[in-house]
Design a protein around this ligand. Structure first.
Ligand code: CU
Length: 503
């Protein structure tokens, strides 16, 4: 798949989505079935459009199609879409999904001149980041050698690899920007594995949004010079073009290093892992080599939503879960090669995609699959995660993402946050101690909570909350299924022909 051919989807608050996904894939080196997840969209009453294979639907066969229908439901911010079948999004099936708010507080005139105010928010300010393997994901990931080392860091689909001729591989350019204007960079980490430390030489960022949640501005996020972003996470970073007009490195330093990387290689090709932030009317050239130290990083544990929670988060929850991340290391080499035993547990078990989607099991009143936890409507749920692996540092961080909800982060790296207005988001990196998140069961559906390192999800690091099974089917919060949803499983299982003629 051409990694540059990624359409970003742009919408406004109050829009309704109707997105017809037509599966025309034929490349046998890649996964051919698909299912598209709309990352960060809450899907209230539309769980059938969440797009998670074997949780909310059967995959869409080649030459079949399925129309996803859902509403923004008042959400605004930076989201993305990606395949949720196997490790298919690693091969490029992904893109940005932006919901603009015409009444965005940070675009209003009374913010002029203040940090966080922005003038420009358009297609040119969407910045997608990801790691890239030259091999198809099925070949890159054999589980014998752990996660594959990426060959490149891509910014908006472009990036160098070690040994490339820089003249053959142009870098992404953000801009050209106009002196004096402020830009809302919507930065999305669409990686399969890598997290990044993002900085822009000689400039600062004011972070006004995390995972679709608008932020108030304080010392944690005002005029910071760098931030980390884990797979699945998004930030809106406002940057003011207030420096001498020129070309500046937009740096996305990855962990892990790209294949073959060393400080010497970075000297040889300063464009590795970087894009260019360019002012208008300056020479088209690459910035000078060399690193600029960053001293003032964003503190994600102190990000405060612009609108505090309606209900205090300081009280005890109705139900608490403890889901440790456990690596299973006693497989034989053959078992690892065949991937017959998952490599990870989240809680008491591993997520092994069942043949019947969880949502269909609920409809039919059948038993739930393993590592699926029923929870009831109208409850406050706390979930605590802990990485029990040998390396529980940031380098071994697991970014866990919940479908169907934003959550409050009550504990991060073992420390309690401010429960009066804790960080709220939909993806959180687990490292350096306990992470506790809280959500309320107001959105019936089967919602997966999974590591967004796609190799780890494939290796079992996920659990499913079967939220409000009765209310999924009955009452004011029940799920309205899009036409064609019931046909997906019979077609997938081969009982019915696909809707489009095959080649
Ligand atoms: Cu992980």
């Amino acid at each position: 798949m051409d990694s540059n051919a990624r359409p970003n989807l742009i919408a406004n608050t109050a829009d309704n989505f109707s997105i017809n996904v037509v599966n025309q894939m034929t490349d046998q080196r890649l996964e051919l079935d698909t299912s598209i997840h709309w990352h960060g969209i809450l899907q209230h009453r539309t769980a059938g459009s969440d797009g998670t294979a074997q949780v909310t639907q059967c995959p869409i066969n080649p030459f079949n199609s399925f129309k996803y229908r859902f509403s923004t439901d008042g959400q605004a911010g930076t989201f993305w879409y990606h395949s949720h079948v196997g490790t298919q999004y690693c091969d490029g099936l992904q893109g940005g999904l932006i919901i603009r708010d015409p009444n965005d507080p940070y675009s209003k005139e009374d913010w002029v001149g203040k940090p966080g105010y922005y003038d420009v928010d358009d297609d040119s300010t969407i910045v997608t980041l990801r790691d890239w393997n030259h091999l198809p994901s099925w070949e890159a990931f054999d589980d014998l050698s752990g996660e594959p080392e990426p060959n490149s860091t891509l910014v908006n689909g472009r990036g160098r690899y070690v040994g490339a001729d820089p003249d053959d591989v142009p870098l992404a350019v953000i801009g050209p920007v106009n002196s004096g204007k402020s830009y809302r960079l919507r930065i999305i980490n669409m990686s399969c594995n890598s997290w990044f430390r993002v900085s822009l030489d000689n400039h600062t960022f004011t972070i006004i949004e995390a995972d679709g949640v608008a932020l108030s501005i304080n010392n944690a996020n005002r005029e910071v010079d760098s931030f980390t972003i884990f797979p699945g996470e998004r930030y809106s970073a406002v940057v003011k073009a207030d420096q001498l007009p020129g070309n500046y490195w937009f740096r996305t330093n990855p962990f892990p290093d790209i294949n073959g990387w060393s400080p010497e290689e970075q000297m040889r090709d300063p464009g590795l892992n970087n894009a260019i932030f360019r002012y208008e009317s300056v020479p088209i050239e690459e910035p000078k080599p060399g690193q600029i130290p960053t001293l003032c990083p964003m503190d994600e544990s102190k990000l405060k939503p612009l609108v505090p929670p309606a209900q205090s988060e300081c009280d005890k929850a109705d139900q608490e879960f403890f889901l440790p991340i456990v690596a299973i290391n006693d497989q034989t080499e053959e078992e690892r090669q065949n991937r017959s035993i998952p490599h990870y547990q989240l809680g008491n078990g591993s997520w092994i995609p069942p043949s019947l989607p969880v949502l269909l099991s609920v409809i039919r009143g059948e038993a739930l699959p393993g590592n699926t936890y029923p929870i009831e409507f109208g409850k406050t749920i706390d979930v605590t995660f802990l990485n029990t692996e040998d390396d529980s540092s940031i380098e071994g961080a697991h970014p866990l993402h919940l479908h169907g909800h934003e959550f409050s982060v009550l504990q991060f790296r073992g420390y309690k946050t401010d429960c009066r207005n804790p960080p709220r988001r939909d993806t959180i990196a687990v490292y350096d101690g306990n992470v506790t998140v809280r959500f309320r069961t107001d959105n019936p559906g089967p919602w997966i909570f999974h590591c967004h390192i796609d190799w780890h999800l494939d290796q079992g690091m996920a659990a499913v909350f079967a939220e409000s099974r009765y209310e999924m089917l009955y009452g004011n919060n029940s799920i309205v299924f899009p036409p064609g949803w019931e046909s997906l499983c019979p077609i997938y299982e081969g009982d019915k022909p696909p809707l489009l003629p095959g080649i």
